[in-house]
Design a protein around this ligand. Structure first.
Ligand code: GLN
Length: 447
């Protein structure tokens, strides 16, 4: 823990990944672990971990990178934090994100823009850009992120680390600041596949506080990491190599496919024809859910309240107008529009129907295949400032990660080479609750 804070102080001036450090409490917790000792079964005790700042931490400022929660100190812990505490991991601090996890570049944070670990003129990706850049720049071994439409996998790809979005329901969302409740999941971001599997084993499982969390048994996700993937059937969706994918990225994925074949797997082209509607479907559904979830920020219950207000309505209107950033407001407007009486059938309902078609495509492929392989993103990390004024372009970046959230599947991004010195990410997608297969293949590839 002492070494971690040394690294943070040496490196984070350049990267700007942390919003809040938890130094005093972390040092005390580490001393306690030292004193009590560690048993062989405790694989994570005493290991420092960073937390995306939309996961609430008791007594430690949690902002979601929004002005509206600038001074918010939660009075309880998210379930995942209780689980990390039970494993005696050390929470070293809170990491930057796009405001309320809405974005793909960290440029929507109300406080600072985190930089890519490999090139500080480039974005770290988002929304979990803080966690990804902190891990990739050698400040941390592990962090927790959240993924609603790619927010763990895309920044993992842009920074050359391993990021996993678990199956919807695998990890409790209790105490995770809600964005799109039918899509949100917490997941680990690490340097290696094995570390990732260890951390997911610690945070997964049923929680009576989250009725969407699954009662399925949580396996030890490290148990099957033996490098043997002979006979595994991998599908390579044609559409995921077409939609604006850079030639260097495509080549890296085709090379990865060859590596899997050498390891004894079969790789065949498959089709996910409705995935091309993923972006519009997601931005209707996620924004609709966000517009409902964000109603609670009224200037009364949490954080920021506008000054010199005249009456109750003024408290609501001015606190929200001054407290939310542009992207969050854009989503609230898009969401309330999609849900309103005159437009519901044309937008929200239609999006929900197309979501079902996207799910069915995956089910069809998984009838014959164990895993799906694709790029995580169409390109490597882009320049800071390059896309922030073009929301539609920014939204299109999520084209390869979003379908996985819409279908509730587990997805992993892991390093698959470089283009012009920037990391390329490849994505492995498994059927629901198929994380073990995904980890097994990722581990074999990494070796
Ligand atoms: N970039 C996507 C968005 O802005 C993904 C966000 C996320 O997964 N939290 O909605």
């Amino acid at each position: 823990t002492a070494e971690t804070f040394k690294q943070i102080k040496a490196r984070d001036q350049k990267i700007e990944s942390f919003l809040t450090l938890n130094e005093e409490a972390a040092v005390a917790a580490a001393a306690q672990v030292d004193q009590a000792g560690i048993t062989d079964a405790e694989k994570l005790a005493g290991i420092p971990v960073g937390i995306k700042d939309n996961i609430i931490t008791k007594g430690l400022k949690t902002t979601a990178a929004s002005k509206i929660l600038e001074n918010f100190e939660p009075i309880y812990n998210a379930t995942v934090m209780n689980k990390l505490n039970a494993a005696r991991m050390i929470n070293v601090g809170k990491l930057n994100l796009d405001e309320f996890a809405m974005g793909g570049s960290n440029e929507n944070s109300a406080f600072k823009i985190t930089k890519n670990a490999w090139d500080q003129t480039k974005v770290p990706g988002g929304s979990s850009g803080g966690p990804a850049a902190a891990v990739a720049s050698g400040q941390l071994l592990a962090a927790l992120g959240t993924d609603t439409g790619g927010s763990i996998r895309q920044p993992a790809a842009f920074n050359g680390i391993v990021g996993v979005k678990p199956t919807y329901g695998r990890v409790s969302r209790y105490g995770v600041i809600a964005f799109g409740s039918s899509l949100d999941q917490v997941g680990p971001m690490t340097r290696s596949v094995k570390d990732n599997a260890l951390l997911l084993s610690a945070i997964a499982g049923h929680d009576k506080h989250d009725f969407t969390s699954s009662e399925r048994e949580v396996p030890d996700f490290t148990a099957k990491l033996d490098g043997d993937i002979k006979g595994m059937r991998i599908g390579l969706p044609t559409e995921y190599l077409e939609q604006g994918v850079d030639p260097e990225v495509k080549e890296a994925i085709l090379n990865a496919a060859k590596t899997f074949e050498k390891l004894g797997a079969t790789v065949e082209e498959v089709s996910l024809p409705h995935s091309k509607y993923g972006v519009p479907v997601y931005y209707i559904i996620a924004s609709s859910e966000a517009s409902s979830n964000l109603q609670r920020y009224d200037g009364i219950r949490y954080g920021f309240r506008a000054e010199d207000v005249k009456n109750l309505e003024d408290v609501y209107v001015r606190s929200r107008s001054e407290g939310f950033g542009d992207e969050v407001k854009r989503r609230i407007m898009l969401g309330t529009f999609s849900l309103s009486a005159g437009t519901y059938d044309a937008y929200f309902k239609k999006a929900a129907q197309v979501r079902t078609l996207i799910c069915r495509d995956f089910a069809d492929v998984f009838a014959n295949y164990d895993l799906i392989l694709s790029p995580t993103t169409t390109s490597t990390a882009f320049d800071i400032g390059a896309e922030i004024n073009d929301p539609v372009k920014m939204y299109m970046n999520d084209i390869l990660t979003i379908p996985v959230n819409l279908a509730g599947l587990p997805g992993m991004s892991l390093p698959a080479g470089f283009s012009n010195g920037m990391p390329i990410g490849m994505q492995l997608i498994a059927p629901q609750f198929g994380e073990e297969t995904m980890y097994r293949a990722g581990y074999a590839f990494e070796q």
